[in-house]
Design a protein around this ligand. Structure first.
Ligand code: SF4
Length: 722
């Protein structure tokens, strides 16, 4: 596959999806320029460039009383009479901008003992967010007043900028050296030692399906997550493990501390929080709670993602499952529901991440966790239906009426409810987006007449769907993507969702949220001048939802009769979370190929691949039954168990096949729940999780007959052959 490089910032696209198949509005995750600013890498210059050996240097400066610095590798001597050097700095660095103004610099020549923390600060973090010298104190000031390293460096060069040459993504500075100092005779750290040394690894994330190369994001997230955010999420995770261990040792599962774990885990889910500053603050809060509780030091990164690859795989699976379950616990808590067993398991699970277990013990823990996650989803089901009633079948229009409106996305029904209450009688309509679609089925939400319809499709299409919308968009939970300039001023987030420099709606001490700014923004934008019809991904003008557990169970008699008479021959549960990978068209094609005497149950945002299709009806039911959000997998399990009871068989003997798409960590906890229930023959795609080692994947495949999807016709034939 030909690689593409951003000609503005040098970012090399590394995603699993071929570049040509990316959506038209794909933009560089680093600098935000559009797809047409990417050039084909005609030959693999990077590999050859890596053969050029460099040293590593800390470049520091001071401007307007402020200190800053960054790690760089391109420094060379030009002449020694006069002493002149050249060095190259990426323009995205704050240090670059400061040197352009101050014209003065220090260069510390790094030695082999330079610690990871130095790179974490001076390479992975931006001085726009942190005062690096507050955290790194092995420094002195030279006579020009600029910091240099008193440790981890063997020499210091101080100088003044002679001139600066624009080199595209970088600036090449020529500098007159004014003062030098040899600090010691330790060996230089080279770039290749840094690049290949695990101790310097800056970013590693492989928690979602779109991870780079199908192995892990190491330079920048395919989701747009930057290395400094990834690093702070790792720090937050280590701190939460340490807090959980302390809670366990003190036998203290108090609700405030559990909620700290829950919200911290939720913060780390894909597409939830891109704001390094708030992630850092959350980690600091976790740390202070641990210290107050009398806990010891946080564990080190090595305890999570390094070591035996099978153990790392199992540990990662538990961590990502816990992140998913945290989302459900958070939503239930907002509606006043919590379960001591679920609370206790957050502590147990997080503490377990720093424990030594055999493979069998880890597998046992994962199955135990799957059972607890079922309880957590049951809790959320009770919270949602208790607050808003049982969903009822509802046809949802895709037309946006003229006048002011707000688009609400994410999963948090409580946020939607409060917004509906605050927009009552204000002439502002509300449209759901993405996973908020099932809200239309809940009686206590649909009673608000301004809840008009649904706009758009699944989360991964948002950059296209939001760009020309004359309305603000409100993110209640995850699924936020780096916003484009065309709509970033119309973004409002709340709760755990954060994106730098966008508007955030706070929760006050009484749990109240004030949406007046969001509502005023909608009124100011005014909406469309005329009613505007939109469609789903297949051109349909309505979507149907509201076939929750109770509706299906209330009609169990009709369904059982239909199975007995042969009107229904098979049930498919086709759902899960969606993503941008082209292989995901499998799910649309699969549903289109389902025979007319079969029923498609669906849930989560994977349904937007087909939920506007009219594939007919069986008796009173449309053949596609939308059971709700991803957490409504609980309802699907209840339906399966009830049907098995009615037919006097095991769930695995029902004419039912689960065909699941996965993307982020909520899918991980749901998969573990299904496996813990002993459900076999699940089809999952579009790819196996990168965090499953070969051994772990094989173990699951062997025990549960898990299938990776192949092609719709082949899988369909295999499923229906019995
Ligand atoms: Fe990569 Fe997914 Fe992690 Fe983002 S969340 S950095 S895309 S693995």
């Amino acid at each position: 596959m030909k690689r593409r490089v951003c000609i503005i910032c040098g970012y090399v696209y590394d995603g699993a999806l071929p570049f040509d198949e990316l959506p038209d509005d794909y933009a560089c995750p680093i600098c935000g320029v559009s797809k047409n600013k990417f050039a084909v890498v005609t030959h693999d210059f990077k590999e050859a460039f890596l053969k050029i050996e460099y040293g590593l240097y800390l470049l520091t400066t001071r401007d307007g009383g402020r200190d800053n610095g960054c790690v760089m590798d391109a420094v060379m001597q030009l002449t020694d009479e006069p002493p002149v050097i050249a060095f190259s700095v990426n323009k995205v660095n704050l240090t670059h901008d400061m040197i352009m103004k101050s014209k003065e610099f220090n260069i510390s020549v790094l030695t082999k003992d330079a610690p990871k923390e130095l790179f974490s600060l001076f390479s992975a973090k931006s001085g726009k967010h942190v005062d690096k010298f507050k955290q790194f104190t092995d420094v002195k000031r030279s006579s020009n007043g600029i910091y240099y390293l008193s440790k981890y460096a063997n020499a210091r060069l101080s100088g003044r900028v002679i001139d600066a040459i624009d080199a595209g993504t970088h600036t090449l500075f020529r500098g007159q050296i004014t003062e030098t100092e040899v600090i010691n005779n330790e060996d230089n750290l080279t770039y290749s030692e840094y690049r290949t040394g695990a101790k310097y690894r800056q970013m590693f994330c492989y928690q979602c399906q779109q991870t780079a190369r199908g192995t892990g994001c190491t330079m920048v997230g395919v989701c747009g997550k930057k290395p400094d955010t990834a690093y702070e999420q790792d720090v937050l995770t280590y701190e939460m493990v340490a807090l959980a261990k302390t809670m366990q040792s003190k036998n203290d599962n108090n609700a405030v501390l559990v909620d700290t774990l829950v919200d911290g885990l939720f913060t780390c889910i894909t597409n939830v929080n891109f704001d390094t500053v708030t992630v850092t603050m959350i980690a600091e809060d976790v740390k202070s709670k641990r210290i107050k509780l009398g806990g010891g030091d946080a564990i080190k990164p090595e305890a999570l993602f390094f070591g035996d690859k099978n153990i790392v795989s199992l540990r990662s699976t538990l961590l990502f499952g816990l992140r998913g379950m945290a989302a459900y616990a958070h939503h239930a808590r907002v509606l006043g529901k919590r379960d001591p067993e679920v609370d206790a398991w957050f502590v147990k699970g997080m503490a377990a991440l720093d424990e030594n277990h055999s493979v069998d013990e880890w597998l046992g823990l994962l199955m135990e966790f799957g059972g607890v996650n079922l309880k957590c989803m049951a809790l959320l089901d009770a919270a949602n239906t208790g607050a808003y009633g049982n969903p009822v079948p509802t046809q949802v229009s895709l037309k946006v009426e003229k006048g002011p409106f707000i688009v609400v996305t994410g999963h948090d029904l409580h946020d939607l409810q409060v917004l509906l209450e605050q927009t009552d009688g204000k002439g502002v309509n509300i449209y759901t987006h993405g996973e908020m679609l099932p809200a239309h089925g809940y009686p206590e939400l649909k009673k608000h007449p301004q809840l008009k319809g649904h706009y758009g499709t699944a989360w991964q299409n948002q950059q296209n769907e939001f760009k020309n919308l004359p309305a603000p968009i409100f993110w209640t939970t995850n699924c936020i993507m780096p916003p484009r300039a065309s709509y970033d001023d119309r973004i409002y987030t709340t709760s755990v969702v954060r994106y730098p420099d966008t508007k955030y709606i706070e929760t006050d001490a009484n749990g109240h949220k004030d949406f007046s700014a969001l509502i005023a923004h909608a009124i100011k934008l005014g909406g469309f001048p005329e009613d505007t019809q939109f469609t789903g991904g297949n051109g349909g003008m309505v979507m149907t939802t509201g076939f929750g557990r109770q509706t299906v169970l209330d009609n169990a008699g009709t369904i059982i009769d239909a199975v007995k008479t042969g009107a229904i021959k098979h049930f498919f549960l086709v759902g899960g979370c969606d993503g941008a990978a082209p292989g995901r068209s499998y799910y649309t094609d699969f549903v289109k190929q389902t025979p007319m005497d079969t029923v498609v149950l669906t849930l989560a945002c994977g349904k937007f691949r087909f939920n506007d299709l009219d594939i007919g009806a069986i008796g009173p039911f449309p053949r596609i039954l939308d059971m709700g959000q991803c957490n409504d997998a609980y309802g699907a399990v209840q339906v399966a168990v009830a049907l098995a009871g009615a037919f006097g068989c095991d769930v695995n003997d029902l004419p039912l096949t689960l065909v699941i798409s996965w993307y982020e960590q909520k899918a991980v906890c749901i998969l573990l729940t299904l496996l813990s229930l002993g459900i076999k023959n699940i089809y999952i795609g579009p790819t196996a999780p990168a965090f499953f080692s070969e051994m772990v994947l094989n173990a699951i495949v062997d025990k549960f007959n898990l299938h990776l999807i192949s092609s719709p016709d082949k899988d369909m034939a295999e499923i229906l052959k019995n």
